[in-house]
Design a protein around this ligand. Sequence first.
Ligand code: ATP
Ligand code: SF4
Length: 323
Amino acid sequence: MSVLEVRDLVVEYSTVYGVLRAINHLSFEVGEAESVGVVGESGSGKSTLGLSVVRLLPPNARYAGGSIILDGQEVTRMSNSEARRIRGTTAFMIFQDPLNSLNPVKKVSTQLLEAVEMRCKKLGETYDVEKATREVVEKIRDVRIPDPELIMERYPHQLSGGQIQRVIIAMALLMRPKLLIADEPTSALDVTIQAQVLKLMNDLKKEYGMSIMLITHDISVAYNISDRIMVMYAGELVELGSADGVIRSPMHPYAKALIASIPRGVMRDAPLEPIRGSPPNMIHPPSGCRFHPRCPFVMDVCRREEPREVHQDARVVRCYLYG
Ligand code: ATP
Ligand code: SF4
């Protein structure tokens, strides 16, 4: 069973320079208790994808085709009030800058209790403030914050970046969403805290069996958490497969380049090489395969026609070198 099914999705932004297609015919799914890492360079459409799933696209964006089925409901045609109802409780999104996800004028305790109240309303459970407080304390402990009572009395600006991200994860656990979408959840944190938060997400994934869509530019971060990895380039899926398979034997030339460009290498014996060229202009993307101007294996057909997805066992790859 899939918690999230994205089918042939197209998302466009209108800009003063013309229409920018940020997601181009994208299809993939996230299964129950599965974690999928979405990776790609800046501008590949990762954040647009996350925002599309929770219907938080900015006003100049539109769903231009396809569908997003989240826990059995079509997101692209939902009314705003329906979308508000699924946000948090069905799909919970953690942003790169966690401070924006908390209300600056409310104590941590108030915000976490509100999360429990929202969940109770959605599930038809009775909300009892004493029981909810016990649950909040327990969840703050679960996210490895040692003094829950102390943290609960604080306002967001009195917490460190790592503590805020943990409070947000506690909020997600209290809401019990079907899908947790984390958009670069550790990028704003320093390296040691990054490792702690990633370990925490990994532990919680095992403990709570939550489905996770992790958005990151860092394929080694995705490898740490994900069962499968989807590599995106210029708004398109270029490779999808098991995290081990994609990291150890990438098929698409862009996925290979992405792995070879990791500073400390997931594969430590691999040579370090920057990806040549730069990401394409998304208003006038290259014809044929969007990666062709940067691809060392480019052929004539790559410039003319868009490659189709080739399915090989559990791997999907979009490249003329295969199939
Ligand atoms: P990053 O890691 O830098 O956030 P990303 O992979 O998440 O990159 P998106 O932020 O989804 O990529 O952007 C995809 C494309 O859509 C880019 O070309 C970007 O410039 C464009 N884009 C994003 N938001 C808007 C917007 N509000 N208006 C117009 N274009 C936008
Ligand atoms: Fe390279 Fe052609 Fe494959 Fe695109 S389709 S990645 S240009 S070989």
